[in-house]
Ligand binder design. Structure first.
Ligand code: CU
Length: 156
Protein backbone atom coordinates (compact mmCIF):
# COMPACT_ATOMS: atom_id res chain seq x y z
CA UNK A 1 0.00 0.00 0.00
CA UNK A 2 2.81 2.33 0.81
CA UNK A 3 4.32 1.62 -2.58
CA UNK A 4 1.03 2.31 -4.34
CA UNK A 5 0.69 5.61 -2.55
CA UNK A 6 4.19 6.53 -3.55
CA UNK A 7 3.44 5.62 -7.16
CA UNK A 8 0.32 7.77 -7.27
CA UNK A 9 2.17 10.70 -5.76
CA UNK A 10 4.96 10.25 -8.25
CA UNK A 11 2.50 10.00 -11.13
CA UNK A 12 0.71 13.15 -10.01
CA UNK A 13 4.02 14.97 -9.80
CA UNK A 14 4.95 13.80 -13.30
CA UNK A 15 1.64 15.00 -14.71
CA UNK A 16 2.18 18.42 -13.14
CA UNK A 17 5.65 18.59 -14.61
CA UNK A 18 4.40 17.45 -18.04
CA UNK A 19 1.59 20.01 -18.08
CA UNK A 20 3.65 22.93 -16.90
CA UNK A 21 6.21 22.06 -19.52
CA UNK A 22 3.68 21.68 -22.27
CA UNK A 23 1.42 24.66 -21.88
CA UNK A 24 3.92 27.45 -22.57
CA UNK A 25 4.73 25.83 -25.90
CA UNK A 26 1.14 25.62 -27.06
CA UNK A 27 0.65 29.27 -26.06
CA UNK A 28 3.52 30.40 -28.23
CA UNK A 29 2.62 32.37 -31.34
CA UNK A 30 2.70 30.24 -34.46
CA UNK A 31 6.01 29.68 -36.13
CA UNK A 32 5.68 31.41 -39.50
CA UNK A 33 7.55 29.68 -42.30
CA UNK A 34 7.66 30.73 -45.93
CA UNK A 35 9.11 28.61 -48.71
CA UNK A 36 9.44 29.81 -52.29
CA UNK A 37 9.78 27.47 -55.25
CA UNK A 38 10.37 28.13 -58.92
CA UNK A 39 11.16 26.17 -62.08
CA UNK A 40 13.81 24.05 -60.45
CA UNK A 41 13.67 21.10 -58.13
CA UNK A 42 14.58 22.75 -54.86
CA UNK A 43 13.19 24.73 -51.95
CA UNK A 44 14.71 28.08 -51.05
CA UNK A 45 14.52 27.00 -47.41
CA UNK A 46 15.59 23.49 -46.47
CA UNK A 47 15.17 23.62 -42.74
CA UNK A 48 13.33 25.30 -39.92
CA UNK A 49 13.04 24.77 -36.18
CA UNK A 50 9.93 24.70 -34.05
CA UNK A 51 9.11 23.91 -30.42
CA UNK A 52 7.23 20.71 -29.56
CA UNK A 53 3.51 21.25 -29.98
CA UNK A 54 3.94 24.74 -31.41
CA UNK A 55 1.69 25.76 -34.26
CA UNK A 56 3.35 26.11 -37.64
CA UNK A 57 1.96 28.43 -40.28
CA UNK A 58 3.56 27.35 -43.51
CA UNK A 59 3.19 29.22 -46.78
CA UNK A 60 4.56 27.83 -50.02
CA UNK A 61 4.71 30.08 -53.09
CA UNK A 62 5.42 28.84 -56.58
CA UNK A 63 6.84 31.76 -58.57
CA UNK A 64 7.83 29.58 -61.52
CA UNK A 65 6.41 29.68 -65.05
CA UNK A 66 6.29 26.06 -66.13
CA UNK A 67 2.94 24.25 -66.09
CA UNK A 68 1.91 22.30 -63.04
CA UNK A 69 1.88 19.04 -65.04
CA UNK A 70 5.61 19.28 -65.69
CA UNK A 71 6.89 21.29 -62.71
CA UNK A 72 4.34 21.18 -59.89
CA UNK A 73 5.58 21.59 -56.33
CA UNK A 74 4.30 20.91 -52.85
CA UNK A 75 5.53 20.45 -49.31
CA UNK A 76 4.64 17.21 -47.56
CA UNK A 77 5.73 16.99 -43.91
CA UNK A 78 6.32 13.38 -42.92
CA UNK A 79 6.04 11.47 -39.69
CA UNK A 80 9.24 10.61 -37.87
CA UNK A 81 11.29 7.82 -39.44
CA UNK A 82 9.29 7.60 -42.66
CA UNK A 83 10.99 5.77 -45.52
CA UNK A 84 10.96 8.79 -47.84
CA UNK A 85 12.16 6.97 -50.97
CA UNK A 86 9.36 4.44 -50.56
CA UNK A 87 6.87 7.20 -49.81
CA UNK A 88 7.55 9.05 -53.07
CA UNK A 89 7.78 5.82 -55.07
CA UNK A 90 4.35 4.73 -53.89
CA UNK A 91 3.03 8.18 -54.74
CA UNK A 92 4.06 8.02 -58.41
CA UNK A 93 0.82 6.29 -59.39
CA UNK A 94 -1.35 8.87 -57.62
CA UNK A 95 -1.36 12.24 -59.40
CA UNK A 96 -5.03 12.57 -58.39
CA UNK A 97 -3.99 12.94 -54.74
CA UNK A 98 -0.93 15.12 -55.40
CA UNK A 99 1.32 12.05 -55.50
CA UNK A 100 0.45 10.89 -52.00
CA UNK A 101 -0.54 7.21 -52.07
CA UNK A 102 -3.61 6.30 -50.00
CA UNK A 103 -1.61 3.66 -48.14
CA UNK A 104 0.94 6.32 -47.16
CA UNK A 105 -1.55 8.89 -45.87
CA UNK A 106 -0.83 7.87 -42.29
CA UNK A 107 2.76 9.10 -42.74
CA UNK A 108 1.66 12.64 -43.59
CA UNK A 109 1.71 15.16 -40.75
CA UNK A 110 0.67 18.02 -43.03
CA UNK A 111 0.85 18.97 -46.69
CA UNK A 112 0.15 21.83 -49.04
CA UNK A 113 -1.62 21.49 -52.34
CA UNK A 114 0.40 20.70 -55.43
CA UNK A 115 1.10 24.17 -56.77
CA UNK A 116 1.33 25.36 -60.36
CA UNK A 117 2.93 28.63 -61.52
CA UNK A 118 1.78 31.70 -59.60
CA UNK A 119 -0.03 29.65 -56.99
CA UNK A 120 0.48 29.57 -53.25
CA UNK A 121 -0.97 27.71 -50.29
CA UNK A 122 -0.88 28.34 -46.55
CA UNK A 123 -1.43 25.55 -44.06
CA UNK A 124 -1.43 25.52 -40.27
CA UNK A 125 -0.62 22.50 -38.17
CA UNK A 126 0.73 21.65 -34.75
CA UNK A 127 4.29 20.38 -34.59
CA UNK A 128 4.70 16.93 -33.03
CA UNK A 129 5.33 16.84 -29.27
CA UNK A 130 8.38 14.66 -29.67
CA UNK A 131 11.74 16.35 -30.23
CA UNK A 132 13.20 14.94 -33.43
CA UNK A 133 13.92 15.73 -37.06
CA UNK A 134 11.04 15.37 -39.50
CA UNK A 135 11.54 15.27 -43.26
CA UNK A 136 9.54 17.34 -45.68
CA UNK A 137 9.55 16.62 -49.40
CA UNK A 138 8.07 17.43 -52.75
CA UNK A 139 6.38 14.22 -53.92
CA UNK A 140 6.15 15.33 -57.57
CA UNK A 141 7.86 12.59 -59.62
CA UNK A 142 11.63 12.95 -59.62
CA UNK A 143 11.80 15.96 -57.34
CA UNK A 144 12.83 14.24 -54.11
CA UNK A 145 15.54 12.32 -55.99
CA UNK A 146 16.80 15.67 -57.31
CA UNK A 147 17.08 17.01 -53.77
CA UNK A 148 13.75 18.69 -53.18
CA UNK A 149 13.62 18.00 -49.48
CA UNK A 150 14.15 19.62 -46.12
CA UNK A 151 13.98 19.10 -42.38
CA UNK A 152 11.65 20.37 -39.69
CA UNK A 153 13.53 20.18 -36.41
CA UNK A 154 11.37 19.94 -33.31
CA UNK A 155 13.35 20.91 -30.23
CA UNK A 156 13.08 22.77 -26.94
CU1 CU B 1 8.65 19.88 -56.69
Amino acid sequence: MKLLKFSITTLAALIVVACSRESPESQLPPKVVEITVRDEMKYDLTGFEVKPGQKVQLTVKNIGKLPKESMGHEVVVLAWNTDVAKFVEDGLAHPETDFIAPEQQSKVLAHTKLLGPGESDTITFAAPRISASYDFVCAFPGHFASGMKGTMTVAY
